[in-house]
Design a protein around this ligand. Structure first.
Ligand code: SF4
Length: 240
């Protein structure tokens, strides 16, 4: 069933489907994966607008679907408070963090390494500890230059599928969905942020690129933390 989605031309669907058709498609994708993977299907929730939309969609498919949050010591206080509220509301959301010591200001001197330690490692641990066979993300192909080539269903690691059920949604459609369903969002959006991350690496911008405020002034500007580009299955010697 899931395979039928894989064959389609994702770029054509971005403007070829209307809002309702996209919502129905996203629900079908999650439902098919849930029927195949059961408890092995887990939502990665970054607490951004896309993640809370996917989390809401998943809960419509089944209230039993679990999720995980990867947090870091550098998340803004607003995001930490929002995380506490979400976890209180949904105890099936598990939180993973890496508290290992790292060099001061590593986010400036080597942001790739900082993200590898603080974000990729706990994501690997979440996948291992929660027995994930299909992780569900809020990736969208219209978010920026680094996200145009993703597919709705991907396999980068042996034994681990990645499902991107809102891949073809526009930013406006995410807000449309959240407003229609009165979904709580991170209060930082009211300040003008469009893409949320750690405090030292996230800025408010007026750039048309949605992720332009991420890692400004570094080689990673507008880029990725690594969870969508690095291997995630733990093997000997992997991790930090
Ligand atoms: S976003 Fe910045 S502070 Fe957060 S893990 Fe990556 S480099 Fe470090």
């Amino acid at each position: 069933m899931l395979e039928t989605f894989v064959e389609e031309d994702v770029a054509a669907l971005v403007d070829g489907l209307n809002f309702k058709e996209k919502v129905d498609r996203s629900l079908s994708l999650i439902d098919s994966a849930w029927k195949t993977h059961g408890d092995g299907l887990v939502v990665a929730n970054s607490l951004g607008k896309d993640s809370v939309a996917v989390w809401h969609l998943a809960k419509r498919v089944s209230p039993e679907i679990r999720g995980f949050i990867v947090t870091t010591r550098f998340k803004p206080p607003e995001t930490k408070r929002f995380m506490a509220e979400e976890v209180a509301k949904y105890p099936e959301l598990r939180v993973f963090e890496n508290n290992v010591q790292i060099p001061e200001r590593l986010y400036e001197t080597n942001p790739d390494r900082c993200c590898e330690v603080l974000k990729v490692e706990p994501t690997r641990r979440a996948i291992e500890q929660m027995g994930v066979t299909c992780w569900v993300t809020g990736l969208r192909c219209t978010e920026g230059r680094t996200r145009v080539d993703f597919r709705e269903l991907e396999q980068r690691d042996e034994g681990l599928l990645k499902l991107n059920p809102i891949l073809i949604w526009h930013e406006r459609e995410v807000w449309q969905y959240l407003a229609l369903h009165k979904v709580d969002v991170n209060p930082l959006y009211a300040e003008g942020y469009r893409s949320l991350g750690c405090a030292p690496c996230t800025r408010i911008t007026t750039d048309p690129n949605e992720r332009a405020g991420r890692w400004i002034g570094t080689s990673k500007c507008g880029g990725e933390c690594g969870i969508h580009t690095r291997p995630l299955k733990l093997v000997d010697g992997a991790g930090i």
